[in-house]
Each structure stands twice: as structure tokens, then as C-alpha cells.
Write a protein that binds this ligand. Sequence first.
Ligand code: NOJ
Ligand code: CA
Length: 684
Amino acid sequence: MMMRMRLNRSIAFTAILLAFAAPAAAQTQLRVESPNGRTVVTVEVREGGLYYSIQRDNRAIFLPSRLGFEFQGAPPLRDNLRITGSTTRTVDTVWTQPWGEVARVRDHHNERRISVSEESPGGRQLVVVFRVFNDGVGFRYELPEQSGLGEFAIMQELTEFALADDARAWWIPSNRPRLDRSEMLYSSSPVSVVDSVQTPLTMETRDRRTFIVIHEANLVDYARMFLAGRGMESRTLRAALAPWADGIKVRGRTPFVTPWRTIQLADRATELAPSVLGLNLNPPSALASTDWITPMKYVGIWWGMHINTMTWSSGPKHGATTENTKRYIDFAAANGLGGVLVEGWNVGWDGDWIANRNAFSFTQPYPDYNLPELAAYANAKGVKLIAHNETSGGIENYERQMDSAFALYRSLGINAIKSGYVTDTLGGGHSHYSQYAVRHHRKVIETAARYGIMLDVHEPIHDTGERRTWPNMMTREGARGQEYNAWGGEGGNPPEHETILFFTRLLAGPMDFTPGVFDILYERSTGRARRPEESRVRTTLAKQLALYLVLYSPMHMAADLPENYANQPAFQFIRDVAVDWDTTRVIDGRIGDYVVLARKARGSPEWFVGAITDEEARTFTVPLSFLPRGRSYVAEIYADGPNAHWLTNPLPVAITRRPVTSASTLRLVLAPGGGQAIRLRPAR
Ligand code: NOJ
Ligand code: CA
């Protein structure tokens, strides 16, 4: 019986592949529709140029937008083009993530591969592939092997995104002298005044009927894509690629494929997450076994450096000592947290560690840090050390040591690394986001996989869905995290920050935000904050708990000093919260204002509800209809306490319990800058 059911299900979900060759005659206009027919992509040649446009429900979303390339030392592939043929197919399949925001992902799309050639004799060839899903569109270029195009250097990708509406965009810039590795605050404006911005770029049309997110998927051997405005209040954005030091954007040789350019489409903001469009455009897992990959919560010798109670460098305040690390391991073991991150354990931090990037050793500990002893101590307690590898952007220094370092970690039972790339320009003067950097990051992921190592990357290349192919690529930073509350200017992170992150950066993939600071005002810290007049966290304590649910990460930190969790009943929530999910449902949300969601823990009957708000107090009514019917649950509620307010009174948390069922409705009252976190567990 079981067998039959499983068999039927797998038949139902088996991919249906249909391929049709188009008639040989040249065509000037081709269409591809989403499976539900609502989204239609048209690809056409206009005056020799190749364009695509997108309609949804018969409304233009993207007007005809150019496709093509400019090369160094060769004419652009842009003019006198002709569509020479196309093939189509339909895919409908379901695959399972080893970990994630949702366990099962449906990949249902219509694909059209369009062959294009220059009209001239011996003209060069290009293939453009469009995949149209119900939740959006992906397209990429393929440059087939051909006599007229072998080795090439792309100076510009001409891909345009000509928005039909002057939609409101939430963005961070990509053309400032300091890029801060994507760690800026978000701005919001009509797309027509955007000059150069990073993706994911989330937009809402003025009639509020459509949400549009431009991003990319499967970035393997190419430059990261930014989006540049065309000036003159144009609504057209163009791909802008991060350069090598010599200004070339992409070096390659045919046959060659680009990353997918992705356009997610939704009727409501709440339908944007969890976003699986990019995952569906990445190849399936390359790993034979993923049993060793385990989502986890962790603590770290970390926050102390940011609030100046400890140092990375050697000396009297050195954080990474054997004794201190044992204390953190004991704390993790006592509280069921899986990992202990240790920063400043390795030689190289003394002096200007950003300028002295080549001084870092990734194998040699400081003398007061007994690495083998600590790894064994952790293993004996069921806890794992997380090795920190700050490179300061010294990619060459890191690559030289990578194999020996990873082999050492593996021999000690260390199966996770947090890496870092603090600098805007890499060794050799290449952009932090150049093809050079992209190649490096792929190499790290693949090498780490070979050594059985999971990755948490700070100052990374943005997430383009690598985790589908390489599930050891767990989480990354690539946005402004909690650390800015320790030392960031502009008042750290304002209360609305995370309500924007959820609808922008987090659509790309998990983020190591590092929530869980309980000493919101640093009252208990003995160090001196670097900006004493400004340094504090701009949320309530309950919101710190809710961030574990709202900002998804398979590795979530309990960021504060262990002593700040002592005698704090609210810490129980961090002990209990899951980091891997079967299902995620966004219940309510508005970009920059609030988020309310529910997630079901992977392989467990427990559900969690999280809600966060900006500087405004808000009340939400949440029916628990997602719970299984007829089963009694207990809601463990961590709410903003009486008169809580992020500015004046951030600490009160009201912890209550009540019996609930799928027929119950909860009323969530959030303070200004507040939040609420709820665990729903079956009644015993
Ligand atoms: C910046 C990272 O985001 C932070 O987590 C780390 O502690 C420092 N760099 C030092 O590597
Ligand atoms: Ca950072």
C-alpha cells in the first residue's frame, strides 16, 4: 500500500518533457507563456536588434528590452540579428531540499530556446533561453562553439529591463566609492531616479498590483550583475557588470553560458517569500551525500570584539583563548546549541589586519589558543568549533592555504567555516564582485564540499542559489547585519531595517544576520562602545527573538555574550527555535513596515509564528488554521511587555502560555520597533 502510494506520487511529479522544433523559416516574434497563462514573454527582432518584453494579465510589465553584448576587440553582438529557429519544452517536477525554508519545491515552467544569428555571411550565433514559471521568468545567453567567436572579453552586457511602470524600488547603491560589501541602509524611490543599484531589486507598481524582483541565478564564471539607470528619468535599467582590474567584465571562450537573469513576479508582497525561482534555475545537488550537512544555532567569540570588550589581536583582551573558548563550548553544550564560532584564533590579526591581508595564517593558532585540545573538548560535548577565516580580500593568500587548512579542520572534526572578505577591492585591484572573485568563491565552495565543510560567508558575492547544487553553502552576510548596531554610523540599523531586508536581500537566500542581542543598550558591557552616543540596538528584546523566524538562516547565531543570557527567561526561545523548515507561510507584510509569518519545523509537528514591525506599534490577528485539525497545541508566547518601546523601554518581554488548536486565533500586539515570537508545540 505504502509502496503503491509512493509510486503514484512519483508518477504524478515526474517531469513531463516535450520538445518541439520550430519550422526552419526565420521568425521575427516568438512567445513563451507561464503554465497558468498569466505571464507572457515575447521575443522579437526590431530593426535588427533582439528584444524581449513581458506581459502579465495582458498588462505590460517590461516593454521591449534589448539583449546583446559588447566585446573588446570585436564588434558588438547587437545588430543585424535574425531569429533562426527555436525549440520548446515543458518541465513539471518536484525536488526536495536537504534543508531550507521549504522542504519540497515545484519546478513547473515552459522553456523556449531561441537561436539567433547575425545576418552577415559568417555571422556569429547566440542562443537565448527563456523559462517562464508562474512566479516569474528566467533567461540566459548561450554562446555556442563557432568559428567566428572563440575567446572573448565582454565589456558590457546589453541586457535591459525596460519597466513599463515607474514602480517604487527598494535599493542599495552599487556605484559609491565605498560599497561596504552591500552593507548599506536601503532607500526607496521611483525606479526612474535610480542610478546604479544592487540586486535583488524589489519593486512595487504604482497601482500596487504587481511586485517585481530583478536578480540573477547560478552565477558560476561571470561577473556579478548590478543594475544601472539610463538617466533622464528613464524607467529602463541595464545590466552593469563588476569589472576586473583592467576594466574587462567577463573573460571566456565558447561554448559559454551566462547566469540566468531572473524576474520574480507576484500579486502581493506576501507572495514574494519564500522565493524559489532562483533555486529552480540552479542545477541539482552535486553532492552524493548531504547527511553531514546540519543546520544549527551557534554562539561565538565575536560580539565582544564588536563592542570592544575583547580583541581579535593578541594581548590582554584577546578573546580567543583556550579558557574563554571552553567557557563558550560549555555554554553551547548546556543550551543545546550546535556550534561555537571563534574569531581571532589564528595568527594575522595584530596591526592593521585589513591592510596586512597576506599575514593571515589559516592553520597557525595564537599561542594562547590550543586548537587540537579545544576541538577535542568540543567534540566530546557534542559541539562543533566553527573556524573563522578572515581573508581581508587576500584571495591569493587564502587559496594558497586552503587545502592544508581544510584538511587540518577536517582532521580535527571541524565541519564549518565562517569566512570574511572585508575590503572593496581584492588583491590585484579586481572588484569585490568581479568574475575573478566569483571564480574564487566557487572554488571555496567546491573545495569545502570535498573536505566535508559547511560555509558561512561574510562580505560574499550575493546569493544566486548556489545552495541547490552545493548544499554545504549554508548562509552568508551580504547585507547590513547586527554588527552595525555595535559600531555603525547613521544610528546603526533603524527599526524598519529588517522589514525591508525580508522583501529584498532575503529573497536571494539565507542571511547570517546574527540576531539575539539581549543587552540592547550595552548597559552590562564593560567595554567602551566605539560610538558611545549612538551604539545600541534599535529593537525591542522580543523583536530580537522574532528575527530568528523572520530572517531565515540555516545557521543562526545567538549573538550576545553568554553572560547576557544568564537569568533571562526569554533565552528559552533561542534554545527552542528551529533552524530548518518544512513549510513557510507569509501571513501578512508590507515592505518597510512589518512582516508576520509562520514556519513549520522540519520533521517535527512544531510550528513557529514570528512578527516584526518598524517604528510603529501594530496589532495583528493570526488564525492558527495551519495547525493540524483536532490536535491540541500549547502556544509559548514571547511578546513585547507592558509599555515596551524600542527607544525608551526595549527590554520588557511578556512570556505566556495558552492552549490552542487550529480553530484558535492569536492577537499579536507589537510595540514600536517591536516583535513577537511564538512556539506552537503539541500539548503533552
Ligand atoms: C566583518 C564580519 O561581518 C564580522 O562578522 C567579523 O567579525 C569581522 N568582519 C571580522 O572578520
Ligand atoms: Ca560584515
